[in-house]
Ligand binder design. Structure first.
Ligand code: UDP
Ligand code: MG
Length: 318
C-alpha cells in the first residue's frame, strides 16, 4: 500500500525543517510503499519555496505543487488531494499542530476497514479565545447541517483512494473539506489525537478567517438559515394577528383604540431589523451561487517540483 501525505504550507520556513524531519522519520517506519509527501505551497513569500526545492532534490519521495499566488488553506488541501497518487491520502497541516507520529494509528484504523479516519482533537493548546470560538462554531455547524459533521474534527485525516476520488469528482469549487469528507459517507471513524501547539511561526488564520470558515461550513451544508426566515416570518404573522384581535376587542368592548407610539416604534424597528438580517442571509447564498456560476478554478498551479528519472527537479507548468 502506498501512502501520500498532503501538506499545505504558507510562509512556513520556520517550521519546514522540523516538519520534514518528523514526516520522513514516520514515512521510514511505514510498511509498503513507495510513499510520498505532496507539499502545496500556497504562494509563500518567504524561504518556503527554496526549502521545498531543496527537499525535493534531496528526497525523491517529496513533491511540491506550487500555487501562482495565495489561494487559501482549503484550496491547498484540494490541490493536495488532486495531486496525491497513493492508495490512501493523509491530509495534515504544515505547522506540526497535527503530529505526524499519529499517522500509523490512522493507518491502523484504515486497515481495520475504515475509509475515512479523522483525528478528533483533544486538549487544544490554543488561547482561550480560540478554544471558545472553536467550541461554539463546531456545535453550531453540527446543529444546523443536514449531514452529521463530527464534532471537534479538523482537517487532519486519512482518506482511502475511493473517498479521494469521490471528493475530487465533486464539482463545487468552494470546498469545505471536512463537510465534504462527511458527505461522501463510507465507513468513517474518529480517533483522538492531541492537538499540539504550533511549532514555530504565526497562525495564518485570524479569528475573522475562522468565522468565515464556520459560516462556509454552515451555508454549504444547510438551508436551515433560509428556513429560519420563514419561521420568524410565521411567528410575526401570528403575533400581529393576535394583536389585531386584541385591538378589535379593546375597540368594541372598552370603546377606545389601543395607544402606543413606543410600541409602534419598537415593532417597526424590530421587524425592519429582522428583514434586513434575513436579506443578508439570502445575500450570502446568492453570493455563493454567484461565485460558483463564475466557474473559476479554486486555485492555479504555477509549477510542480518533483524528482524526474535522472534525479533532476522538473518544473512543470500546468
Ligand atoms: N495555510 C495555507 N494557506 C493559507 C493559510 C494557511 O496553506 O492561506 C497553511 C499553513 O501553512 C498551515 C496550515 O495551512 O500549514 C494551517 O494554518 P494555520 O496554522 O495558520 O491555521 P490554524 O492552525 O490556526 O487553523
Ligand atoms: Mg495551525
Amino acid at each position: 500500500m502506498r501512502v501520500s501525505i498532503a501538506i499545505p504550507v504558507y510562509n512556513e520556513e520556520a517550521v519546514l525543517p522540523e516538519l520534514l524531519r518528523r514526516v520522513s522519520k514516520v514515512l521510514d517506519t511505514l510498511p509498503g510503499g513507495p510513499h510520498e509527501v505532496v507539499f502545496v505551497d500556497d504562494g509563500s513569500r518567504d524561504g518556503t519555496l527554496a526549502l521545498l526545492r531543496a527537499a525535493v532534490e534531496a528526497d525523491p519521495r517529496i513533491r511540491a505543487v506550487v500555487f501562482s499566488r495565495n489561494f487559501g488553506h482549503q484550496p491547498a488541501f484540494g490541490a493536495g488531494l488532486a495531486h496525491a497518487q497513493g492508495d490512501v491520502v493523509v491530509l495534515m497541516d504544515g505547522d506540526l499542530q497535527d503530529p505526524p507520529e499519529a499517522i500509523p494509528r490512522l493507518l491502523e484504523q484504515h486497515q481495520a476497514g475504515y475509509d475515512v479516519v479523522y483525528a478528533r482533537r483533544v486538549r487544544r493548546k490554543e488561547g482561550l479565545r480560540f478554544r471558545i470560538a472553536y467550541a461554539l462554531a463546531y456545535r453550531l455547524i453540527g446543529r444546523l447541517s443536514d449531514i452529521a459533521l463530527p464534532l471537534d474534527a479538523g482537517d487532519f485525516a486519512l482518506l482511502s483512494r475511493r473517498v479521494v476520488d469521490a471528493v475530487n469528482r465533486l464539482p463545487e469549487r468552494q470546498r469545505y473539506l471536512r463537510g465534504l469528507r462527511a458527505w461522501v459517507g463510507f465507513k468513517q471513524i474518529g480517533i483522538e489525537v492531541e492537538r499540539e501547539a504550533r511549532w514555530a511561526g504565526e497562525a495564518k488564520y485570524t479569528l475573522t478567517d475562522l468565522s468565515r470558515l464556520a459560516v462556509d461550513g454552515m451555508l454549504a451544508f444547510s438551508v436551515a438559515p433560509l428556513r429560519a426566515a420563514a419561521f420568524v416570518g410565521a411567528l410575526s404573522v401570528i403575533a400581529s394577528v393576535l394583536f389585531a384581535l386584541y385591538a378589535v376587542y379593546v375597540r368594541l368592548v372598552q370603546g377606545h383604540a389601543p395607544e402606543g407610539f413606543t410600541a409602534l416604534l419598537v415593532a417597526i424597528t424590530f421587524l425592519g431589523g429582522v428583514q434586513l438580517f434575513f436579506l443578508g442571509v439570502v445575500g450570502e447564498y446568492v453570493g455563493r451561487i454567484f461565485e460558483e456560476t463564475k466557474g473559476r478554478p479554486s486555485y492555479l498551479v504555477a509549477q510542480v517540483l518533483e524528482h524526474a528519472d535522472g534525479s533532476v527537479v522538473r518544473a512543470r507548468v500546468s
